[in-house]
Design a protein around this ligand. Sequence first.
Ligand code: SF4
Length: 402
Amino acid sequence: MSIDRVVAKMRGGSRLSADEALELYRGAPTSLLGRLADGIRARKHPSHVVTYIIDRNVNYTNICVAKCNFCAFYRPVGSSEGYVLGFDELFRKIDETIAVGGVQLLLQGGHNPDLPLTWYEDLFRAIKSRYPMFKLHALSPPEVIHLSRLSQLPVNAVIARLIDAGLDSIPGGGAEILVDRVRKLLHCYGKASADEWLDVMRLAHRAGLRTTATMMYGTVETDEERIEHLLRLRALQDETGGFTAFIAWSYQPAHTELAGAEATGIDYLRTLAIARIVLDNFDNLQASWVTQGGKVGQLSLAYGANDMGSVMIEENVVRAAGASYCMDEAEIVRNIEDAGFVAKRRNMHYEVLGDPIFREREVPRMLELATARADGDTPVPDELMNYPARSRAGKQLRVISH
Ligand code: SF4
């Protein structure tokens, strides 16, 4: 099969098979991949608008029993560097987010055996009663599965309880590569197999939630497995239509057990472009400036992305693995406009909320991303004592703190 035939098929409006997508991914010049992806982006978003969201990426705990070997963020149960954020700390983070025009928290964390489902429910209810309009984009599929196992409730019951407590949408984290051979090598099969990850999203979509989908590439997977990942997402999107967006990011190897090398910017742009081509039923693709930096993030807008993702405010996971790019709203808008697009703020549903907030009112500049913990924060918040611990270390901590 020649590249020309695949391109002709694509231009005729036909969907690509796995073999055709692979042929294109492996063989097409980067400039051609970019042109094809950009054509799709322009057809889906003819208004020349590139969106972004102001939200805050908060990790409520770094204690995790999953121990994925590509993760530099987690700490094992009992570690002196382990933390759980207190409700008050989270309220403070929300206040700071609202001050710069933010509309939601992206709330994810480790699989902490000492945080029962009721802790999440109480937290969500507390947030919603203080900030009724503020959105909770929270708990990736493996976290939902962790809660299902911990509470011994089926996944759909956990989702229903979380929605009842205030969950608005689910982020697509923890997908890595949706192929079990890869997941076993990355020690993340136990937290969620490919089918289990997809099942959580299926159930969430059926329950009326919108979610995103992600891919973390550049570890041990083959090109075929990257394409398989995209095809599995495309199939579920055909079935439910519940994904709002796709985000690809490259593995960050520093301080991880797996180690290895980081994928190049060209690999990122090629992967983004093939995703735009294969995921014909996804409306939105985000640029991953947090792993690629502002310049490649800006270039992404010529390789299929129509969204600059999140202003973010805070980031802990990618930073733990060595990357620490920061862009506040003004910087993101500058990158969008310098690339020739019109910048608009959006919500998680990709509804436009307005022009850049810093042009409407004065907001503080944010030249560094915040971290989860501030000096003086206690690693054991008071309300944690109200919830039973499962781990021995967690039980001891509660006894000592009393
Ligand atoms: S990636 Fe998530 S689930 Fe895996 S070890 Fe890190 S915090 Fe835990």
